[in-house]
Ligand binder design. Structure first.
Ligand SMILES: Cc1cc2nc3c(=O)[nH]c(=O)nc-3n(C[C@H](O)[C@H](O)[C@H](O)COP(=O)(O)OP(=O)(O)OC[C@H]3O[C@@H](n4cnc5c(N)ncnc54)[C@H](O)[C@@H]3O)c2cc1C
Length: 443
């Protein structure tokens, strides 16, 4: 079957690329062997939390710092597409999420500073409304409440972490450890944030939570202005905001903090993205590993492993959004790195060695830096003789070389901005007279 644009990968980068290309009227297919990393994220979009060369200084001003980064690191994905595309992509995301019923806060110019469930403070740019009240710089008191059996959320660690930061900054008001409530769930259910969230989707269970919380809060004798902080398990559906509903019932501001590695806000964000691409009319096939990609100057074919026999799709533009080592787009074995879908050359972090201590020290890691090097149009930087072959391929998201998302705290931001740029341009290319390259300054 023929498509105008095929995106391989169903993470933030592939899905946003598909949405943007659909907005330009293109016939789009998303093929992916599995879910993207979005499910693992806290559901917040990091754009730039630290400069790669200044890893101890947490950034609050995003705009100036992205512009500094662009000037200093020509190989960074933001330098390839330019600041304007990043700005446009953030607005595009906010509108897309809002249209789908999942509200986000943030202007993309300044970071929120949120407390993690382990009591660390982390910078991030766009935040679901359910978490936005949790900026650690906000004045006033908070009561942090955990749930019995729910691991990875200790109200004491959260409150202590917030207070350490606030004391250093001279911010008024304390975060208080409010203890645990018991929802009466089975052992397996109460240790799984998503299982609790699905349980709370039911009206009667939500009302049970309200009753338990009212009892506990009244025992602490807090004023109405005290915010209630809960683990992020308040409903699994992205279209409903149980935090707002709870806030009305309790007559206190309420916000949530993500728990563990498969977070509920990440799950909500992932579902919203997939639904949005489907609603815009993109065809989506999950669970389909790519067996082979053939590229020529005019057309490309993608063969997938479908039940029964392999199926071949052809397209005019191919967007490679297979992620890095974490997403399965890049494999590392004893022989070296491999790009798994097309077999493109992988650029690594120069002579850097993997440093196990570096994982804790926040050093850039070779396996994070590994990716496909690109030119200013996100086309793979390959030998001149191969250029025609790959001229209609764009590389986006964590498949790109030149940055370490974990160190910079830029993961979903880079995926969003480059996916949006590639999808938009895949549409523009066909319309005479419109923007033809990513970085307008070099058009
Ligand atoms: C534990 C963890 C927590 C994180 N938390 C945050 C956070 O809170 N905020 C933030 O901004 N960033 C966070 N990040 C970083 C962020 O998740 C990634 O940078 C981002 O999701 C990358 O998006 P992507 O679309 O490029 O790739 P991915 O999301 O990895 O998607 C890759 C897609 O390609 C598919 N695929 C791979 N190979 C093939 C193939 N050969 N054939 C077909 N399909 C293929 C995969 O199945 C998947 O669907 C976190 C990362 C991790 C690991």
């Amino acid at each position: 079957m023929k498509y105008e644009v095929i995106a391989i990968g169903a993470g933030m980068a592939g899905i946003i690329a598909a949405c943007a290309a659909r907005d330009k009227g293109k016939k789009v297919l998303v093929l992916s062997k599995g879910q993207g990393c979005t499910n693992m994220t806290s559901g917040t979009v990091d754009v730039l939390g630290y400069q790669p060369w200044e890893q101890q200084r947490c950034l609050t001003n995003i705009k100036d710092n992205v512009q500094r980064l662009i000037k200093k690191k020509a190989d960074h994905p933001y330098s390839k597409i330019g600041y304007k595309f990043l700005e446009e992509s953030l607005e595009y995301f906010l509108n897309t999420a809002s249209e789908m019923g999942l509200e986000y806060k943030g202007d993309g110019k300044r970071n929120f500073l949120l407390v993690t469930s382990y009591g660390f403070v982390r910078p991030t740019a766009l935040v679901p409304t359910s978490m936005a009240g949790g900026d650690v710089r906000n004045e006033g008191e908070c009561l942090v409440i955990g749930m019995e059996g729910l691991l990875d959320f200790s109200p004491k660690m959260v409150a202590d972490g917030a207070n350490r930061f606030r004391e250093k900054m001279g911010i008024k008001g304390k975060w208080v450890n409010g203890g645990l409530i018991n929802l009466g769930l089975s052992r397996t259910k109460r240790s799984n944030p998503l299982a609790i969230a699905k349980w709370l989707d039911k009206e009667e269970n939500f009302n049970y939570l309200v009753r338990e919380l009212k009892l506990l809060i009244s025992g602490h004798g807090m004023g109405k202005e005290t915010a209630i902080v809960l683990p992020a398990v308040l409903g699994s559906k992205y279209q409903q905001d149980l935090t707002a509903k709870l806030s009305i019932k309790l007559q206190h501001p309420v916000f949530e903090i993500p728990v563990g590695q498969l977070t509920v806000p990440g799950y909500r964000l992932n579902n919203m993205l997939i639904d949005s691409a489907a609603k815009k009319g993109a065809d989506i096939q999950l669970g389909t590993p790519v067996l082979e990609v053939k590229t020529t100057k005019e057309t490309m074919t993608v063969t997938i492993d479908a039940p029964g026999k392999p199926v071949v799709y052809s397209c005019e533009k191919l967007i490679l959004a297979t992620g890095g080592v974490f997403g399965g787009g890049i494999l590392k074995d004893r022989k070296g790195y491999e790009e798994t879908a097309i077999g493109l050359p992988v650029a690594t972090g120069g002579n850097k060695n993997t440093n196990s201590m570096g994982l804790l020290n926040r050093e850039e890691q070779p396996y994070s830096l590994a990716g496909v090097a690109v030119n200013k149009d996100l086309q793979p930087s390959v030998l001149y003789k191969d250029f025609n072959k790959y001229g209609q391929v764009a590389i986006v998201g964590a498949s790109l070389a030149g940055y370490d998302a974990a160190v910079e705290k830029s993961g979903l931001g880079v995926a969003l901005a480059t996916g949006y740029a590639a999808g938009t341009l895949a549409g523009y290319h066909y319309n005479q007279g419109e923007r033809r390259c990513y970085n307008e300054a070099s058009c």
